[in-house]
Design a protein around this ligand. Structure first.
Ligand code: NAI
Length: 258
C-alpha cells in the first residue's frame, strides 16, 4: 500500500478542551483526515454542538463531560475514551484557562486555578495516555503522539501573566523530558505555541480597539488566528508524517514572534 503520511484512517485521538476554539479546530482537522476523535469539555451544550460538527466528517466521534482540574475525572475519562474508541494514538492536552492579576495582588487561589488546569491537568492527561501507549508498545505496537497547547506567553513577557506564563513554559519542559523518556517506545511528545487567536479566551481583547491596533497590528499576517489554523499541526503530529519529530515546540502566531 502506498505511504500516505497525513492519512489518519484507523487512528484514534483525544482532544481535551476540544469543544471550542483551538481544540475544536484541531479535533475537526483530525476527523477530516480520517481519525476517530474523543473530545473532552465541561459544557454539555458546547460538547453536543462540537460533536455534530465532528460527526459530519463521517468518523466515530465521542464527547465526554470532564473537568480536567479533577485528577480522578481525568483518569476516568481516559479509561472511558479507550473503552469507547478502542485505542488512543494521539492525545492532545489543550484545555486551558487564562486569568491573572497584578503580582502584588495575586492570591494563591488565583495562582492555583490557572496552574491546576494548565499544568497539573496536562501531567495527568499525559500520564494516563502514556500508560496505554507504553503498554501497547511493550506488546510490540510502538508509537503514539502526545501534544500540548502551550502559548507564546511561554517565551514573551506580559504584565499580570505570571501564573499563565509559568504553566505554558512548564509544559515545554514537561514535553522535552517526556520525549526523551518515551522515545524508546516510539512515542513522541511536542508542544504547539499559539499567538493571538480569536476564541472565547480572548473575547474581551478582540473588542478592544487599542489592542487590535497595537498587538494585532504587529502580527505580520495582520489578523487574529482562528481555531481552524490549528487543524494542520494537529494532523501532522497525529500522523505518520511526524514519527521522527519529538521534543519540539512549534510556534503558530502569524509571525508575531519573529
Ligand atoms: P477556549 O476558551 O475556546 O477553549 C478552552 C477550552 O478548554 C474549552 O474547551 C474549555 O471547555 C476547556 N477547559 C478549560 N478549563 C477546563 C476544565 N477545567 N476542564 C475541562 N475543560 C476545560 O480558548 P482557546 O483559546 O481555544 O484555548 C485553548 C488552549 O489554547 C488553552 O490551553 C489556551 O491557554 C491556549 N492558548 C490560547 C491562545 C489564544 O489567543 N486564544 C493563545 C495561546 C494559547
Amino acid at each position: 500500500m502506498a505511504f500516505k503520511p497525513f492519512d489518519l484512517t484507523g487512528k484514534v485521538a483525544v482532544v481535551t478542551g476540544g469543544n471550542s476554539g483551538i481544540g475544536l479546530g484541531m479535533a475537526e482537522g483530525l476527523a477530516a483526515a480520517g481519525a476517530d476523535v474523543a473530545i473532552w469539555g465541561r459544557n454539555a451544550d458546547k460538547n453536543a454542538a462540537a460533536l455534530e460538527r465532528l460527526k459530519a466528517h463521517g468518523r466515530r466521534a465521542e464527547a465526554l463531560a470532564v473537568d480536567v482540574s479533577d485528577e480522578a475525572a481525568v483518569v476516568d475519562a481516559m479509561a472511558e475514551s479507550l473503552a469507547r474508541l478502542g485505542r488512543i494514538d494521539c492525545c492532545i492536552a489543550n484545555a486551558g484557562v487564562g486569568g491573572g492579576a497584578p503580582l502584588t495582588e495575586q492570591t494563591t487561589e488565583q495562582w492555583r486555578k490557572v496552574t491546576t488546569v494548565n499544568l497539573d491537568a496536562v501531567f495527568w492527561t499525559f500520564r494516563e495516555a502514556a500508560k496505554h501507549m507504553v503498554a501497547r508498545a511493550e506488546e510490540g505496537d510502538k508509537g503514539g503522539s502526545l501534544l500540548v497547547t502551550s502559548s507564546v506567553s511561554a517565551i514573551h513577557g506580559a504584565p499580570q501573566n505570571q501564573a499563565y506564563a509559568a504553566t505554558k513554559a512548564g509544559v515545554l519542559a514537561m514535553v522535552r523530558g517526556t520525549a526523551v523518556e518515551l522515545a524508546r517506545h516510539g512515542i513522541r511528545a511536542n508542544a504547539v505555541l499559539p499567538g493571538w487567536i480569536a476564541t472565547e479566551m480572548t473575547e474581551r481583547l478582540q473588542k478592544w480597539d487599542a489592542f487590535n491596533e497595537k498587538a494585532i497590528g504587529r502580527v505580520p499576517m495582520r489578523r487574529w488566528g482562528e481555531g481552524e489554523d490549528f487543524a494542520g499541526i494537529a494532523v501532522y503530529f497525529a500522523s505518520d508524517a511526524s514519527t521522527f519529530h519529538t521534543g519540539d515546540s512549534v510556534v503558530i502566531d502569524g509571525g508575531y514572534s519573529i
